[in-house]
Design a protein around this ligand. Structure first.
Ligand code: DC
Length: 224
């Protein structure tokens, strides 16, 4: 995609619970673009796999065999992109559950899954200005966009943020248990052979431990 004075794609990557989605939403609202969570696409697939009883860890071949039967796309509803899987709206709240996050991270290491979702992620650019958040937006999905950011924070900070969000942690979870889960998911996301979690060489890296989401969004908007 050629870069132009008017931004088309803003890429925001980073590890689990780094605050990417809050920041990306704020950036999209300020710049009048569409917020797209690519993690939600992986979660939508994981949700469907678990509903069908396909375990992505035990049965990668079953996952690959299922993909041709699935239709996933982003549809605008009330001016916002919403995920639709085989004609059914993907419940954004239900896919935030921790067991779906873990299954999404396992499925995301499989080449067939990444190839399948790559097309769907690139397709979102037809909407107009899009703010995509994920793990490999700057490195793989839109490597040509000049607007690349990598947001990070210490695991404990991220665990605290995650605990503050209802429905995203198991009952009885603590900062230590959530931080351990986050570290494990980061390890899997960063060590997989294909499209691992890492900043693009030309990404602006923002450490957010002492910043609010508004401050991070303001930095990104100022740079764009
Ligand atoms: O951002 P999230 O927590 O909703 O993402 C869920 C999982 O999906 C994450 O652990 C890894 C995977 N993912 C990915 O591999 N690449 C992306 N661009 C986005 C998410």
């Amino acid at each position: 995609m050629p870069s132009s004075a008017f931004p088309r794609v803003i890429a925001i990557d980073g590890p689990a619970a780094s605050g990417k989605s809050t920041v990306a939403r704020l950036v999209a609202a300020r710049l009048g673009g569409y917020y797209i969570s690519t993690g939600e696409m992986y979660r939508a697939l994981a949700w469907e796999l678990l509903r069908r009883g396909v375990d992505p860890a035990a049965d990668p071949a079953g996952v690959a065999a299922l993909l041709p039967q699935l239709k996933l796309h982003c549809e605008l509803r009330d001016g916002r992109p919403e995920l639709v899987l085989n004609g059914e709206r993907v419940p954004a709240e239900a896919v935030r559950a921790p067991e779906i996050a873990a299954a999404a991270s396992v499925a995301a290491a499989q080449p067939a899954v990444r190839a399948w979702l790559l097309e769907r992620q690139r397709d979102t650019a037809r909407l107009g200005l899009v703010v995509l958040e994920g793990r490999d937006i700057g490195t793989v999905v839109f490597p040509d966009t000049p607007h690349k950011f990598f947001i990070t924070a210490r695991p404990e900070t991220r665990a605290q943020r995650r605990l503050a969000q209802a429905g995203e942690t198991a009952p009885g979870a603590t900062v230590a248990s959530v931080a351990a889960e986050i570290v494990e998911r980061d390890r899997r996301d960063a060590t997989r052979a294909i499209a691992p979690l890492r900043p693009a060489a030309d990404a602006v890296i923002i450490e957010t431990d002492t910043l609010t989401a508004e401050e991070v969004a303001a930095q990104i908007c100022a740079q764009v």
